[in-house]
Design a protein around this ligand. Structure first.
Ligand code: DX5
Length: 212
């Protein structure tokens, strides 16, 4: 599976969004945009008003919102839409909305949600995002026991992209990779300091582990 280091952008203004995209655009293949509604999670980020005319890049939207369809239908383009399994009401409607918007569907799962909740949907989605923190804020501690979820999903879906998000850093990235995650998202470990070096170091450490 292709290994990707994915910067997660969690910001409150379009200005910050554009400056973060510009910082990392040339160094990665995929950019994650974190969208929070202040209801599904106790934090609010930029909303639809900030998402128009984005620079050309391969985006995945991590929808930490209730009623994701309402957001996705207003976000057209060939994007990956990562919707929380906890927010699904009508899966057929969700798939239809994503297709109409020209996007692809992946499902995200919170730490407290049992992995079994994903099972009915696994053959109809293109990616899984395993949260290794409770979504809402950057800079939290990685929950290593979520690696069991990653292992189970990898066993069932050897060819699916499995992403891990939350507390991913030089100390934790190898564990996530070994468990079976090939998409490794991070915010603080990328944006604190020099982004290009941080991305290179995360990539090396994912496969090799910490050398010190
Ligand atoms: C969690 C967000 C994550 C988070 C990652 O609420 O979905 O993307 O910002 O931040 P770090 O890498 O700092 O844990």
């Amino acid at each position: 599976m292709q290994l990707e280091i994915i910067p997660a952008i969690l910001v409150k203004s379009r200005e910050e969004l554009l400056s973060r995209i510009a910082l990392i655009q040339d160094h990665v293949n995929i950019i994650q945009l974190d969208i929070m509604d202040g209801e599904f999670v106790p934090n609010k980020t930029i909303g639809l008003e900030s998402l128009h005319d984005l620079p050309n890049a391969n985006y995945e939207f991590h929808w930490m919102v209730f009623h994701p369809e309402k957001w996705i239908e207003k976000t057209p383009g060939p994007h990956m839409h990562l919707v929380h399994v906890e927010t699904i009401n009508d899966f057929d409607k969700l798939i239809k909305t994503v297709k109409q918007a020209g996007g692809k569907l992946g499902l995200a799962i919170n730490p407290e949600t049992p992995v079994e909740k994903l099972m009915p949907y696994l053959s109809n989605i293109e990616e899984v995002l395993v949260m290794t923190v409770r979504p809402g804020f950057s800079g939290q501690t990685y929950l290593a026991n979520m690696e069991e979820k990653i292992r189970k999903i990898r066993e069932l879906k050897p060819d699916m992209n499995i992403e891990v998000d939350g507390g991913v850093c030089l100390q934790t990235i190898h564990g996530a990779y070994v468990a079976g995650a090939n998409y490794l998202a991070a915010a603080s470990a990328i944006f604190s300091g020099e982004v290009k070096t941080n991305i290179e170091n995360l990539k090396k450490t994912a496969t090799r582990g910490c050398q010190e």
